[in-house]
Design a protein around this ligand. Structure first.
Ligand code: NAD
Length: 268
């Protein structure tokens, strides 16, 4: 599997994140090529990971077995249109896209009936703790296994049977790092109001979040059971949790996640 040449078109944050994970998990850097509109990011990638780089998308895709489309969604139509016009033979290659919001049908309108995996990574992929939703179209099991291995180094992968589920992944894992940041921000603000220094408050809150998430991942208990274990009736935690419940926390979270799904559908 490691002898496939993988070309990244667009060498921004998300491409860097997947490239870093691939190289860290042992994928040969010489079998990765990235192209970008401008040079600085390419230089940094070559210096940090030893991959090949080019300013010419065509050079990258012609060398590749797998083409990772990692430009912003609004650039995608132009990039795909140019590539297919200049090198129609790339239709036979495997495509992977990291762009949010664009359905398979859109790629097919630009590229024809290609084998494609739509991926929806999230930002904790940068620290190897991401979750990536993956939806395959026309791919073989071998190709799915290859793409799974590509993203495994960025964290966990979740394969979807139905493309509409990508919008659900956006609500559950794509947008949700920001939900947790928002909650932590509110906690930090209150900790500061109680007199803790900003840096100290930030660390206390983030460490508690990390501890709670680690406990949840390592435990067989549900979130509700874990919560019950630290909530004695009449105690301090019970008071705080009751306050959240009476403010309608669960309904608020549900509404927020549904809003993310609605927006994802509007953007498609
Ligand atoms: P980015 O702006 O960091 O990277 C895009 C790169 O593409 C830039 O370096 C830009 O110079 C390059 N580029 C633009 N036009 C080009 C062209 N014609 N040819 C070659 N290169 C070109 O953006 P990003 O955050 O890495 O996002 C890339 C994709 O990943 C987007 O489609 C986004 O929807 C998706 N995505 C990002 C995240 C995230 O958390 N950053 C999460 C999920 C999905």
């Amino acid at each position: 599997m490691n002898d496939n040449m993988v070309a990244f078109i667009g060498a921004g944050n998300m491409a860097r994140c997947v490239i870093a994970a691939m190289v860290k998990s042992g994928y040969p850097a010489s079998n990765i090529i990235a192209s970008n509109r401008t040079e600085p990011k390419l230089k940094a990638l070559a210096a940090d990971y030893g991959i090949q780089t080019t300013l010419d998308n065509l050079t990258a895709v012609q060398k590749a077995d797998v083409i990772v489309l990692a430009v912003k969604p609004q650039m995608m139509g132009d990039v795909c249109g140019q590539l297919i016009e200049q090198a129609p033979e790339i239709k036979e290659k495997l495509f992977v896209t990291v762009a949010a919001g664009l359905p398979v049908s859109r790629y097919e309108s630009w590229l024809g009936e290609v084998r494609l995996v739509r991926s929806m990574p999230n930002t904790p992929s940068l620290v190897g703790l991401g979750v990536t939703g993956l939806f395959p179209s026309r791919c073989s099991n071998y190709e799915k296994a290859f793409v799974d291995a590509m993203f495994k180094g960025t964290g966990m992968t979740v394969w979807l049977d139905n493309e509409a589920e990508i919008d659900h992944v956006i609500a559950v894992t794509g947008s949700s790092p920001a939900y947790f940041f928002y909650f932590m921000q509110a906690m930090q603000q209150e900790a500061e109001a109680l007199g803790f220094a900003p840096e100290q408050a930030k660390k206390m809150v983030a460490q508690t979040a990390l501890g709670a998430a680690t406990m949840a991942l390592e435990s067989e208990h549900s979130f509700a059971e874990l919560r019950a274990q630290v909530t004695s009736k009449g105690g301090t935690t019970h008071e705080a949790v009751t306050s959240f419940a009476s403010a309608g926390l669960e309904q608020m979270v549900s509404q927020a996640m549904q809003a993310a799904i609605r927006r994802a559908r509007e953007m498609a």
